[in-house]
Design a binder for this molecule. Structure first.
Ligand code: PLP
Length: 296
């Protein structure tokens, strides 16, 4: 794939580069292209004809996987947390790609990583490749270790959003990278599980990295007026549109850290725009009664 462009902006007078994965693959949602790349290659080589994966009903991962399956001529099956809703734009989209949908309640969804449960779900589909929630596995990490290709020497401090932790694991594992890596967690309460999980995915890597849990705004897809104002200003000032669930919190966090002098002077900073713009459709659908018009 062609290298994603970088846009240079300023935050409080400090230069900050934004890696524009949202431009490189607008349909495949930025980081999701990299997470799926080697999984699809493996599926093809091993002769699987169907892919089953897990997520929420507005999930960027499910959206991207639906496109990838259609492109590859594979039957996609989405196991979704919650209930069907014909008005949901993400569900409408994935069905239009030919993806099958299977809804399970929250209780059952907790079993999503249990082998016996997954086998039970997938048994009716025959030879089906199972991709965990968010698409995170070793092959996804391998794909994400290519996100910084060609830019490995260019930065001292790299910031990205953390959901399941697959993307940051790939960034940390980038061959030859010497930079510091900070992930901004977009979920609350994952403090005790995410760091050991990322450790298990990266293996023997010795660059400084951490996950920051101070900027999730109350949890996954939670927001407040300050975040919505920030998105509006950021979009109009820089002509770069963040997504509301992941990258908005990263840009906000880096801006905040710079303003509080928490990033050492002189460090060359890169923020990764991991995509997720399809999330706006679901966002407006869910929150249409609240005022998110500022970010439309
Ligand atoms: C899925 C997603 C992430 C999180 O990636 P993980 O590998 O799950 O940590 C970050 N940003 C965007 C826009 C996403 O869609």
């Amino acid at each position: 794939m062609a290298q994603a462009p970088v846009t240079s902006i300023f935050m409080h007078g400090r230069p900050v580069d934004i890696l524009r994965l949202e431009l490189a693959q607008p349909a495949l949602q930025g980081n999701k292209y990299y997470k799926l790349k080697y999984n699809l290659e493996h599926m093809r080589a091993a002769g699987y004809h169907a892919l089953m994966t897990f997520g929420g009903v507005f999930s960027n991962h499910i959206h991207a996987t639906a496109i990838a399956c259609k492109n590859a001529g594979i039957q996609g099956i989405a196991v979704l947390r919650g209930e069907d809703d014909p008005g949901n734009p993400t569900l409408q989209f994935i069905r239009a790609q030919g993806m099958e949908t299977l809804f399970i309640n929250r209780e059952k969804y907790r079993l999503r990583n249990m082998t016996s449960f997954v086998e039970e779900l997938s048994s009716t589909y025959g030879n089906v490749y199972v991709l965990p929630e968010g698409g995170t596995n070793a092959l996804a990490v391998k794909g994400c270790s290519e996100i910084l290709e060609g830019r490995v020497q260019d930065y001292d401090h790299i910031f990205c959003a953390v959901g399941t932790g697959g993307t940051i694991s790939g960034i940390i594992s980038t061959p030859g990278l010497k930079a510091e890596v900070t992930g901004i967690a977009v979920l609350k309460g994952e403090k005790d599980t995410l760091t050991p999980y990322v450790n298990s995915l990266i293996g023997d890597v010795h660059i400084p990295w951490r996950i920051n849990f101070d900027h999730h705004f109350g949890g996954y897809a939670k927001f407040n007026p300050a975040l919505m104002d920030y998105i509006e200003k950021f979009t109009s000032t820089h002509q770069i549109k963040p997504d509301p669930v992941y990258t908005a919190k990263v840009f906000y966090a880096v801006d905040d850290m710079i303003s509080k002098n928490k990033i050492p002077e002189g460090q060359r900073i890169l923020c990764i725009h991991t995509g997720g713009l399809q999330g706006w459709d679901g966002w407006h659908y869910r929150f249409k009664k609240q005022d998110t018009s500022a970010a439309s």
